[in-house]
Design a protein around this ligand. Structure first.
Ligand code: ZN
Length: 357
């Protein structure tokens, strides 16, 4: 069995997901290693991280699949022996740097490196992820951005057709394949998408196209509308969510897997996570502060340095500052995930929910 629920508290679940690189406990959070590396963080800085997600599209263009295949996959290439997810490329392809046009066969996109136009079909998205050798591949979807003039129901229809094509094309028994539901913040479409993607019997199901610009309440509503139609025995992945409070709330609504570049991006701008909420380390009140970012934090920075020192490094734009702030925020989220898992098992998740502001 690919996924097993070990313990539940309310809708929150503690589970075990079996992958080619070991069993990983859910709920878990994945930092985003876009170009087969995290910005500013080395492998050693990710000691309490069990899984990462990489960018299929960028890696397939540079260094290219030939080099990755020569190394027999991404794990060997980047010397990472824990779990790797790969996105399908659907979200990136719609950004202005890539997007060319869309057709029923797939996305046409421009390489940001040489301007050449490529076609990304569902079959090609699976072929690339197979070559990368990730533990979990994602089906290609068509993400309806809220500010887009494209019809949301057409995006959902295309997402469903492409999901079926991805499922058909996927033959790798060492790699799990997750489907993605869409529907923006339209209840009817979300329900329709949850039912359809669930019917294709993927190894796990993601909720895509949320956490973009919609109100938080709308996001939680969409989770609540979708989950009753998803097989309870499969892992549920909310894509693109990474603030501590949102992760806790989403776990409380029944989500098992998260990824986001939010912790590191926010950190680089001085936004640091604490149990009392986010602080802005650049503020003057920290100029002489001798305490660590968070009391009891076991990250490399907090064990050795002060807020005042970090504020100085960031204000002086010393490159090391970006590493320190990223270490803290990722470490903070991963320790929180550990505590969430433990609390679901030992029945005190409600206390943990209150602990993080
Ligand atoms: Zn810390």
């Amino acid at each position: 069995m690919v996924f097993k629920i070990v313990s539940e508290q309310g809708k929150a679940r503690l589970g075990k997901l079996k992958t080619a690189h070991g069993i990983i406990e859910t709920p878990f959070f994945m930092p985003v290693a876009t170009k087969a590396a995290m910005k500013h963080l080395s492998k050693d800085d990710l000691d309490n991280t069990n899984a990462i997600i990489t960018n299929t599209l960028l890696i397939s263009l540079k260094p290219g699949l030939e080099i990755i295949s020569h190394f027999n996959g991404l794990h060997n290439f980047m010397s990472w022996d824990k779990v790797i997810f790969t996105d399908s490329g659907g979200f990136q392809v719609l950004s202005e740097f890539f997007y060319d046009k869309i057709s029923e066969s797939g996305f046409y996109f421009k390489s940001p490196y040489d301007g050449k136009v490529h076609l990304l079909t569902p079959e090609r998205a699976i072929e690339i992820q197979n070559a990368l050798g990730s533990d979990v591949a994602m089906a290609l979807d068509d993400v309806p951005h809220h500010n887009s003039s494209r019809s949301i129901s057409n995006c959902v229809k295309r997402t469903h057709e492409w999901a079926a094509r991805c499922k058909e094309a996927h033959k790798n028994e060492n790699q799990l394949l997750f489907g993605i539901t869409q529907g923006s913040i339209d209840k009817k479409l979300r329900v329709k998408s949850a039912k359809f993607i669930n019917s294709l019997d993927f190894d796990g199901i993601a909720l895509g196209g949320l956490g973009i610009r919609e109100e938080k309440k709308a996001m939680y509503n969409m989770i609540d509308f979708s989950l009753p139609y998803l097989n309870k025995e499969k892992p549920r992945y909310l894509m693109g969510i990474g603030s501590p409070k949102e992760i806790i709330n989403a776990v409380d609504h029944g989500i098992d897997i998260f990824d986001s570049c939010f912790p590191t991006r926010t950190a680089r701008h001085g936004g640091l996570f604490t149990k009392n909420g986010r602080i802005d380390i650049l503020r003057g009140i920290y100029a002489k502060d001798k305490s660590p970012i968070e009391k009891d934090c076991t990250c490399y920075f907090c064990k050795n340095f002060s807020k005042a020192y970090l504020r100085h490094l960031l204000k002086s734009e010393v490159p090391l500052a970006f590493r320190y702030v990223s270490i803290h925020n990722v470490h903070f989220i991963q320790e929180m995930m550990k505590e969430i898992r433990k609390s679901i098992k030992k029945n005190y998740f409600d206390d943990v929910k209150k602990e993080y502001k």
